[in-house]
Design a protein around this ligand. Sequence first.
Ligand SMILES: Nc1ncnc2c1ncn2[C@@H]1O[C@H](COP(=O)(O)OP(=O)(O)OP(=O)(O)O)[C@@H](O)[C@H]1O
Length: 261
Amino acid sequence: MTQEFIDKVSSYLTPDVDIAPISQGAEAIVFTTTTHPYLPRAKDSHQKYIIKYRPPKRYRHPQIDQALTKHRTLNESRLLAKLYLIPGLCVPQLIACDPYNGFIWLEFLGEDLPGGHGFSNLKNFLWMHDQDPYSDLVATTLRKVGRQIGLLHWNDYCHGDLTSSNIVLVRDGARWTPHLIDFGLGSVSNLVEDKGVDLYVLERAILSTHSKHAEKYNAWIMEGFEEVYREQGAKGAKKLKEVTKRFEEVRLRGRKRSMLG
Ligand SMILES: Nc1ncnc2c1ncn2[C@@H]1O[C@H](COP(=O)(O)OP(=O)(O)OP(=O)(O)O)[C@@H](O)[C@H]1O
């Protein structure tokens, strides 16, 4: 992560806002902060927030770059605000958005897993349980992951980059509640194609990182996903058929593609 960006962000936010970089992706630099954008700091509070910043891309024409940053920041913020209102769906709460400068402030989710297993995203959680992959805890958590995706799709939203790192687990006693993060490529969509691709991307992600147990893991995710649709009666069952059929087609296309190289 370049110091130049950190200094730029720090001077824009003023020194009153502490920032610690945690990730630099293709799109954005993500920081944690203990400062809320407009509430006073509670005494002894260890509350953390996320600041997601889309830096300018020098290779783009400045005006196009500004317009794109504004569009993507707004798109992600709007989606999060709408998704947060869907009962049962778990996404980070949107705290503030500065689309012209490419900043989003979010609720911080998750924690460090015990035993140095890293941050509590689904990928690390599955690594942590590599020795007990068929435990009730793993099965229940993966079904809950499937339910989150089911709820997202049933409400006609698609994620666009559904990997196991973009599913954060929040501790709830001895259990975990999956939350979906990173809606930078998300969309409002009723297209079965988009839903099939979401399911395929996650299936591939799990296959590539947890190949030994991937079949079982993906089956549990699909159980949770299907449950949500079936709860909607005949209409849900019909839509489920369409999505799973397209998922199978996307999978076949993916196989052909990987055979051809
Ligand atoms: N609300 C959140 N709570 C906790 N951690 C978060 C949150 N949002 C993002 N992160 C952390 O920051 C990382 C990057 O965030 P995000 O995926 O939104 O950015 P990105 O630039 O689109 O990333 P990438 O290009 O790698 O997909 C996440 O993988 C996660 O570890």
